[in-house]
Design a protein around this ligand. Structure first.
Ligand code: BES
Ligand code: MN
Ligand code: MN
Length: 452
């Protein structure tokens, strides 16, 4: 049987297996789902075993296990380390889902479920592509799988595992499908990921909530103050005002910017898809540049005071915000977090107290386009899409990618099949069945071309 015949005759089963995996709510951020996260690990380990992987194991960490499996066909062939993650983001706000997040439903050729695209749907393509290559006796490279359960919470334990298992993980390249492409008829390959600094701030005014009539106007309102402080973090050009923030930012050459400007992109479609009348961002940069090559600062959540029914007059004691900064090459996550903390503390008026705590972070990564692995991915996508993929810079973060390079000396290829419209991390996350099948079809070509 050829690969194509095998895939065609098993397509329905592949999809149904994915739906079973998606039914397991493997939310790594919420300890209430601990058992389910473990179940999701066992599920994919079992699928790897059935497909023919050797030495499949749940590698224990201080957190969730790393699913490992391998097939070494020939020591003279290159080795591909496939990385993915089986954990997913929380599904809240659940009331905005048309069908429940963990009851996968198919509409208009799309699979709707939390994790459908990020990353169970994409990681599962690799498992099924591997099964296909094994069943048709066409596996052209050695392969090692590493599917973790803590990507959405920062991959701290994976970082430790990688450092302690350098020999076991020795390979020639890392292959990841956990990013997107421009459109189903415009294939692309991400050549960069942004880094991340994530902080939480607490602003305290008076020691208890006060009557806003008795005290309002005379005592600092921490929510008012927090809003002032946050708004001072950008200037009128939407530059970030933290001193030193841009010091190490990699300036992209005019040639590379001209190249980026050729990326197919319609600002009108972008705006209408998001239902916004205009975009907003750093002066002097296009939308693609703002998400691809420039650092940003965003409030992810802000709370405090009275948010119940009706009106309660109160001058709150505390206000909070969670703030993330997306970083570009050469900005160090720890340094940026420290800069933020110092700056935020320094701009606080004497009338409040400020506490800044640091959450997980990660470094940016750029992946080369002049490598054998990139060319193999490019040729693979060209073989199945009929078009050469365009290199693009992705805006998201996969912190472990920088560590693969630093610790294992490995470059990564980001051969993702998602779309921006797949609503990852949002309600009604989806993944196209077209994309799922395309991935399964394309991955074996990567192995074939990388082995040549
Ligand atoms: N798969 C995403 C990263 C991504 C999405 C890259 C879209 C490129 C395009 C990943 O699962 C993710 O969500 N990462 C987090 C970082 C993590 C430390 C929580 C992110 O980017 O917010
Ligand atoms: Mn992901
Ligand atoms: Mn994610």
């Amino acid at each position: 049987m050829t690969q194509k015949e095998y895939i065609n005759s098993n397509q329905e089963r592949f999809l149904n297996e994915l739906l079973d995996w998606l039914r397991i709510p493997s939310i790594s951020a919420d300890p209430a789902y601990k058992n389910d996260v473990h179940k999701a690990a066992e599920f994919v380990a079992e699928k790897l075993r059935i497909a023919g992987a050797d030495n499949v194991s749940l590698e224990q960490t201080a957190g969730y296990p790393i699913v490992y499996g391998e097939k070494m066909v020939d020591p003279s062939k290159p080795t591909v380390l496939v990385y993915g993650h089986y954990d997913v983001q929380p599904s809240v706000p659940d009331e905005l889902w048309i069908t429940p997040a963990f009851e996968p439903s198919i509409r208009d050729g799309n699979i709707y479920a939390r994790g459908a695209c990020d990353d169970k749907g994409q990681a599962f393509m690799h498992v099924k592509a591997f099964e296909t290559m094994m069943a048709t006796d066409t596996l052209a490279c050695n392969v090692k799988f590493m599917i973790e359960g803590e990507e959405e919470v920062g991959s701290t334990n994976l970082g430790i595992y990688v450092g302690a298992n350098k020999e076991k993980l020795a390979a020639d390249v890392v292959l990841i499908s956990d990013t997107g492409m421009i459109a189903n008829n415009i294939p692309s390959i991400d050549t960069g990921l942004r880094g991340l600094s994530y902080v939480e701030v607490e602003v305290t005014g008076p020691n208890i909530d006060l009557h806003s009539g008795t005290y309002g106007g005379a005592v600092a309102n921490p929510i008012n103050v927090l809003c002032d402080m946050i708004s001072s973090l950008h200037d009128e050009n939407r530059h970030i005002t933290i001193p030193g923030f841009y010091d190490n930012v990699e300036e992209v050459s005019p040639e590379d910017r001209a190249e980026m400007a050729k990326t197919p992109f319609s600002l009108d479609e972008y705006k209408s898809e998001l239902d916004v009348n205009d975009v907003m961002g750093e002066a002097g940069y296009s939308t693609i540049e703002r998400t691809g090559i420039r650092p940003t600062l965003d409030v992810n959540g802000i709370w405090g005071g009275y948010i119940g029914e009706g009106a309660k007059t109160v001058l709150p004691s505390k206000a909070y915000a969670k703030i993330s900064m997306r970083l570009v090459p050469n900005q160090k996550s720890q340094d940026i977090s420290d800069l933020f903390k110092n700056h935020f503390e320094s701009i606080a008026p004497k009338s409040v107290k400020v506490k800044v705590s640091l959450h997980h972070g990660g470094e940016a990564a750029v992946t080369p386009t002049d490598s054998k692995a990139y060319r193999a991915a490019s040729k693979a996508m060209e073989a199945t899409f009929g078009k050469k993929p365009i290199p693009t810079r992705g805006g998201g973060s996969i912190p472990i990618v920088a560590l693969f390079e630093e610790v294992l000396g490995l470059k990564t290829v980001l051969m993702g099949f998602g779309l921006d419209s797949d609503a990852i991390h949002s309600p009604n996350e989806k993944y196209g069945i077209f994309n799922f099948n395309k991935g399964i079809e394309t991955i074996p070509y990567f192995f074939k071309y990388f082995a040549e």
